[in-house]
Design a protein around this ligand. Structure first.
Ligand code: ADP
Ligand code: MG
Length: 698
């Protein structure tokens, strides 16, 4: 048996290594940078770089890279070796503080949404010392932010760090108002639960839709799907267990706290969850986790599908973003306290989140919007595209009592009108198991459940942090000037509940009647698709909020909106073209071949004995020929719809054309092909079916 504690983090230049390899002075100075954001001296950087290089070379590294997260959604790296020629004809291994702090990758091919004219190809990467460097293969990877020369962010890390800083600033103001004067730092923590599918590599290779689009674009329902509920938490198959074991080991070596693993609802679907950590590290770790998941799968002859909806009619994959606020690395601010006074502070933070979610529903929705995730949200799968908050019975009762000035049943105190001294003491509600809410309070954290499985968690957390920072700012502005702190506090909490209770919903979020109520009675937003929500990034109220907290500049927002819509259009265009290709070169010929066989059989029967029934063959031939005609016609129509996209004036217009025309044509073509699949002899069908894919891993 391997002892995990012996190798956990062995590929990470973490605090233990820093302590062991750096002088006390350098170590302290670096810690100050990590913990408090103090500026780093170049002499310190040089010392850190030298220690990092020695450590990395000892661990087999020959190269280093600035590891960053451009807006493609995946990570990027450009490797440089440590070698430097020495006069005697040999080489020495070198790495300077300058190389550690700053890199200059040719950035012209990364999306910038017009921020950086292509002739200004240079962008630069800047070391993020709060996220530890690590070794992957033979390369030392240094987590970095990626910016243009003008200083605009071209990545997901930069605005994430800015949003954490914005929240930190405002949360500290609130904590000081409550007398917690020595709190230095408030950080958000995240534990992202990651869902995925595993299928065999052999079958994957036979499906162009999976290879090009990451999801199946055709496929009739298998006789057995997820209806038996026998997969969720079921016994893990040996091949999957072996995969999970190696995956865990690789993640642990990288210092990633992989904790739980289990089968999910759909066949072939699984989940991995790490223990939560600081948001920017959790984000880096989640990116790495997705990469390692795919790498390890290929060693086991498997493919890990991270797409939000790899199979129609089967549950899709999401990512649950468990989020909380922690002061000075210890106290969870979303944990109800022991005393009423602590509870007043807790309630204020709770209200800040409720207000943030209601005021910025649109930002939260669009932070998870991709072509892939549109198949989950707003389709017939939950969570819905409408954002609401689940609080649980007890908290809900507390809020109601405060709003209405009525006695709260859970306490003997009957008057709740005034100051914090009469706020009730209540227990954390640990019984929550509402799985249908897009945004659920789960005792001491919120679980944002709308993220797609392939999304970077950065975007959702940027919006969440910023929106909560804004609520806290409004509260702090008011409280700092309050004559009577307790009165104003109480009134503010009450007003928040009154103004924003429409976003609280404790019922079943999967229910159609809820969507009706949410939209018609409560006026909540229901943006079903990416083209519906993305342009709202540039709504005045959103631009004002995000720029005022210095999370984004206006130019950055414009560029991001453009890039996200571009991603959407490109994704669907690739899917449509793949469908056209598969329909023409695989599906139509397969149906045709089967028709020929049937016709031959019918003719042979007739030749033998004119009176033999040929109705089986002739009926089937008729049906298939009709379907074949449909397939050909619908392929043409889809092709035409895709051609028309060239006429779109801009990317927003193109996205609307996709939403209104192309997706429908794709659905129609698929329907004809899936029908043909169900009546075509299996040996003719050109690629593995849903049944093969979903039940293929033993
Ligand atoms: P579930 O019941 O939703 O399956 P768990 O209770 O196992 O989930 O927790 C899910 C995730 O929430 C884990 O990654 C866990 O580390 C994380 N988590 C727990 N407490 C916090 C917290 N205070 N802040 C952020 N994440 C947390
Ligand atoms: Mg969960």
């Amino acid at each position: 048996m391997k002892n995990v504690s012996d190798f956990f983090g062995c590929k990470v230049f973490d605090d233990r290594v820093m302590k062991a390899t750096l002088s006390a002075k350098v170590y302290q100075s670096l810690r100050k940078t990590i913990d408090e954001g103090a500026k780093l001296d170049i002499s310190v950087a040089n010392a850190v770089a030298a220690a990092m290089k020695d450590w990395a070379v000892d661990h087999g590294a020959t190269h280093y890279t600035h590891w960053f997260q451009p807006l493609t959604g995946v990570t990027a790296e450009k490797h440089d070796s440590f070698i430097s020629p020495s006069p005697d004809g040999g080489v020495i291994m070198e790495f300077s503080g300058r190389e550690l702090i700053k890199g200059e990758p040719d950035a012209s091919s990364f999306p910038s949404g017009g921020l950086r004219a292509t002739f200004e190809a240079r962008g630069y990467t800047a070391w993020d010392p709060t996220s530890y460097a690590f070794i992957k293969g033979n390369t030392l990877c240094i987590p970095t932010a990626f910016c243009s020369y003008g200083g605009e962010a071209l990545d997901k890390k930069t605005p994430l760090l800015r949003s954490m800083e914005a929240l930190n600033r405002q949360a500290i103001r609130i904590l000081h108002l409550f007398g917690n004067d020595d709190v230095k730092c408030v950080r958000t923590s995240v534990g992202p639960e990651q869902e995925y599918f595993l299928i065999t590599e052999e079958m994957y290779e036979q499906r162009r839709d999976l290879r090009f689009a990451g999801r199946t674009l055709f496929g009739a329902r298998p006789p057995k799907g997820q209806e038996m509920d026998d997969h969720y938490f079921g016994v893990i198959k040996p091949r999957v267990a072996a995969y999970m074991e190696e995956l865990n080991e690789e993640l642990w070596k990288l210092g990633i706290l992989a904790k739980t693993e289990h089968n999910e609802v759909a066949p072939a679907q699984h989940e991995l969850a790490p223990i939560y950590t600081t948001t920017n590290i959790a984000t880096d770790h989640n990116q790495l986790t997705m990469e390692i998941m795919q790498k390890v799968a290929s060693k086991h002859g498997l493919v890990c599908l991270l797409h939000e909806k790899p199979f129609a009619g089967v549950n899709g994959s999401g990512k649950h973003n468990n989020w909380s606020l922690t002061a000075d690395g210890g106290v969870n601010l979303l944990s109800p306290g022991e005393t009423p006074y602590e509870n007043a502070q807790f309630l204020l933070f709770l209200c800040a989140v409720i207000k943030a979610v209601d005021d910025y529903q649109d930002l939260l929705r669009l932070s998870v919007a991709t072509a892939g995730n549109d198949h989950r949200l707003g389709a017939n799968e939950a969570p819905p595209a409408v954002i609401s908050i689940f609080l649980g019975e007890e908290l809900n009762a507390v809020l109601e009592a405060i709003e209405k000035d009525t006695p709260y049943a859970g306490t003997e105190k009957t008057q709740m009108k005034l100051g914090v001294d009469v706020l009730p003491k209540f227990n954390r509600d640990t019984t929550d198991r509402n799985r249908t809410s897009p945004f659920a309070f789960t005792g001491n954290k919120f679980e944002f459940r709308m993220l797609g499985s392939s999304n970077s968690i950065a975007c959702a957390n940027i919006m969440l942090n910023s929106a909560v920072a804004e609520s806290l700012k409004i509260y702090a502005d008011r409280l700092e000037n309050a004559e009577n702190f307790e009165d104003v506090l109480h009134e503010m909490i009450r007003k928040t509940i009154k103004d924003h209770k429409r976003v609280i919903f404790n019922g079943n979020g999967y229910d159609d009647t809820w969507i009706k109520e949410a939209v018609e009675k409560r006026g909540l937003l229901n943006y079903r698709t990416t083209p519906d929500c993305m342009p709202h990034l540039l709504d005045e109220k959103n631009v004002r909020m995000l720029t005022s907290h210095k999370v984004f500049s206006e130019a950055e927002l414009k560029s991001r909106c453009e890039i996200m819509l571009e991603n959407y259009c490109k994704t669907v265009r690739i899917e449509a073209n793949t469908m056209i290709d598969m329909a023409k070169t695989e599906i139509a010929p397969a149906v045709s071949a089967y028709v020929l066989e049937l016709a031959n059989t019918a003719a042979a029967k007739k030749a033998v004995d004119d009176s033999v029934s040929r109705s089986y063959e002739t009926e089937l031939v008729k049906k298939l020929v009709r379907l074949e005609d449909q397939i050909v016609a619908r392929t043409d129509e889809l092709e035409e719809a895709v051609m028309k996209l060239q006429d779109a004036e801009d990317v927003a217009a193109e996205s609307y054309m996709i939403r209104d025309a192309v997706l429908g044509k794709m659905g129609e073509l698929r329907a004809a092909c899936d029908e043909a699949e169900m009546i075509t002899a299996k040996k003719y069908w050109p690629f593995p079916t849903y049944g093969d894919l979903l039940f293929g891993v033993k």
